[in-house]
Write a protein that binds this ligand. Sequence first.
Ligand code: SF4
Length: 218
Amino acid sequence: MAEKLLTKTEADKLFGKLKKEYPNVTYYLNFKTPLQLLVCAILSAQTRDEVVNKATPELFKHFNSTKDFANADPEDINQYIKSITFFQTKSSNIIKTCKAIEEKYNGKIPKTMEELTSLPGIGRKTANTILINAFDIVNGIPVDTWVIKLSNRMGLTKNKNPDKIELDLMNILKKEDWSKAAYIFKAHGKKVCQSSIPLCSTCVLKDICPKNNITKSK
Ligand code: SF4
């Protein structure tokens, strides 16, 4: 657990440094439509981005609409996503979700948090991801494992529950930073604030971060 929580001013400074460090960061899964993004987001749970990005072009050649997915036999989908963790559960969730979108929303991906989270297999993280990246609607912050780990290390929250962390981050970060926050944390986690051994001595946040391990044990 972080030694202390940052103030808003400190958080501003910290996030400003991160934005400078990662100016061009974007969402990491490849998609062309809101439906493709929804499918990518379901497939990406506990699976590396590269694996999802490798599998989806062939899948999307054969499935173009919610109707296509809703009417599919799971095996029709599975043949394209076998490299993905828990592919059978995920194909079943994609079919259920697309059936619900067909029935309740006329085949259109809904644009509100309430509607999206009413769909099978869609939680706040995925709903925020879809709203931000497919519709440019920013009402929250997607909280993934990188956000959980780094926001605790950086003293932006003391919570482990993703919904509570999202609220803490929404309170402490400027709204203009919400849409990129998750992708910036991930970029910093992969490059510097790594899961097992954070490289604090080379980190641009070493003067602000309460979890800096240079002078004290982690
Ligand atoms: S100082 Fe260390 S713990 Fe803090 S963000 Fe940088 S690498 Fe992570």
